[in-house]
Ligand binder design. Structure first.
Ligand code: MLT
Length: 314
């Protein structure tokens, strides 16, 4: 009966506002992409799209909420690379990435930046390296909780520098950024969608980009890549995707996927993403099959790297 009523309701979908759950705090990188996407989805869905933040536990609280939600298309999830890395970075997450979700399509790819507090006595990566070596045991590194993108990047950064730092977990990198700007924490690795305006405003210092190619946007075009700086294997790029609970009716999934394809071509959406260093995915990566395949390939890629680097949390 439940399945029959879900599929009857699917014909009228969406008959009420759709909620996108963001598993991190408001104002951070996941929240930004979700809010811009919500705006771009309004027209093709013909409905209001609301963003609701369910932050905590490195993004697993929000993801779990969607995994357990009614599969009727009214509760969706925007999540990032954590969907692929969380199962290896953290033991015992309360849901299964591979079987608890419907994959609706990828959204974007976002590089990360290594940034520092404004008072840091280092103005380039060489000076940063010297400062890190001189301050071993005293350095704080902000992140959005165990299993988050900033956690992954921060752990790989420490590994590359050969120095342990004290992780300071927040519920998202928006509050971590506030503390970095205020000098309460020393360093962070975070997505360009959250760091670009702080870098432009000289509220934080930027030292390196996490992806192999330099970025074209004005705030970051002169910033070297980690690979240029000698860390040959350093390559962290964050993807975001849209998910629904497993069991959502196929007719609803089709409507959502069609709307996603339209939203990702919305000129305002594309402009906002590109202005912050992100790249909106092209049409062939917006299909559910490609999305699922890509997450699986990221699981296969990251799982041995995380294990080899010993950066997981028991
Ligand atoms: C956020 O939205 O706060 C970030 O994406 C968290 C993270 O670093 O994973």
């Amino acid at each position: 009966l439940a399945a029959a009523s879900l599929s009857a309701a699917a014909q009228d979908y969406p008959a009420k506002p759709v909620t996108i759950i963001v598993p991190f705090t408001a104002g951070g990188p996941t929240d930004k992409v979700a809010r811009d996407l919500a705006e771009a989805l309004r027209k093709p869905l013909g409905q209001t799209v609301i963003v609701d933040n369910a932050a905590g536990a490195g993004g697993s609280i929000g993801a779990n909420k969607v995994a357990k939600a009614q599969p009727d298309g009214y509760t969706l999830l925007v999540h990032h690379i954590g969907m692929a890395t969380m199962p290896t970075l953290v033991r015992n997450i309360p849901f299964k990435v591979e079987s608890d979700f419907e994959y609706l399509g990828l959204i974007n790819d976002v590089p990360m930046t290594i940034i520092g507090k404004p008072g840091l006595p280092a103005n380039n990566f060489k000076e940063l390296t010297a400062w890190i070596q001189a301050n071993k045991g005293k350095i704080n590194l902000g992140n959005a909780g165990v299993g988050s993108a900033s956690h992954l990047c921060g752990m790989l950064f420490q590994h590359a520098m050969g120095v342990d730092m004290t992780a300071v977990p927040y519920k998202g990198t928006a509050p971590a950024m506030t503390d970095l700007m205020g000098g309460q924490i020393d360093l962070m690795c975070d997505q360009t969608t959250n760091t670009t305006s702080a870098i432009e405003g000289k509220k934080v210092k930027v030292f390196a980009v996490s992806t192999p190619k330099r970025l074209a946007i004005p705030a970051l075009k002169d910033v070297p890549t980690m690979q240029e700086l000698g860390m040959k294997d350093f390559n962290v790029s964050i993807f975001h995707g849209l998910y629904a609970p497993k069991g959502t009716p196929p007719a609803v999934l089709k409507k959502l996927n069609d709307a996603l394809k339209v939203a990702l071509k919305d000129p305002d959406f594309v402009k906002r993403e590109e202005g912050l260093g992100a790249v909106v995915v092209n049409d062939n990566r917006t299909s559910p099959a490609e999305h699922k395949k890509f997450v699986q390939s990221e699981i296969n890629k990251w799982s041995p790297l995380i294990k080899a680097a010993g950066v997981y949390v028991e």
